[in-house]
Write a protein of this length. Structure first.
Length: 148
């Protein structure tokens, strides 16, 4: 059985999170995953900047950061403990406006992007980026969250 939690650490009510939860359930089925656990933590720009500086030595805000626990071979569990995904609500709102789509689309994109990172997808080169971004779009489109 898959378990994940979306934790809103902001002072804002984010009504889109219920739909994001449904999207994640869909994505887990689409990826044929069972017995995984992870968290998505919604934070503000100040907090994500602090995390980005501490763990990546980059002193600026970012939209999403994933911490994949499966990268650590010393952690052994009876289920797949994937890790944590941090999303900046401030960046998500700004990018939704910038790209001309809904906050739901942006939060969905960032959540799937983070989940795929936890599963080992990456975009360090053009070939891997193509694979990862096509997978993101497939999941979002099949769920019904399109760009426009």
């Amino acid at each position: 059985m898959n378990q994940f939690e979306i934790i809103n650490e902001t002072n804002e009510e984010i009504i889109e999170l219920d739909k994001v939860s449904e999207l994640l359930e869909f994505a887990l089925k689409k990826e044929q995953l069972d017995n995984v656990e992870f968290n998505i933590i919604i934070i503000n720009n100040d907090k994500i900047r602090s995390i980005n500086k501490e763990y990546r030595n980059i002193d600026r805000e970012t939209d999403v950061i994933s911490f994949a626990l499966e990268d650590n071979d010393s952690i052994k569990m009876p289920y797949r403990l994937l890790g944590d995904i941090y999303i900046s609500i401030d960046k998500a709102k700004g990018q939704a406006v910038e790209y001309g789509h809904s906050l739901l689309r942006e939060l969905g994109f960032l959540s799937i992007h983070g989940l795929l990172h936890l599963l080992g997808y990456d975009h360090m080169n053009k070939e891997d980026e193509k694979i990862m971004f096509e997978r993101q779009e497939l999941i979002l489109n099949e769920f019904g969250i399109t760009k426009k």
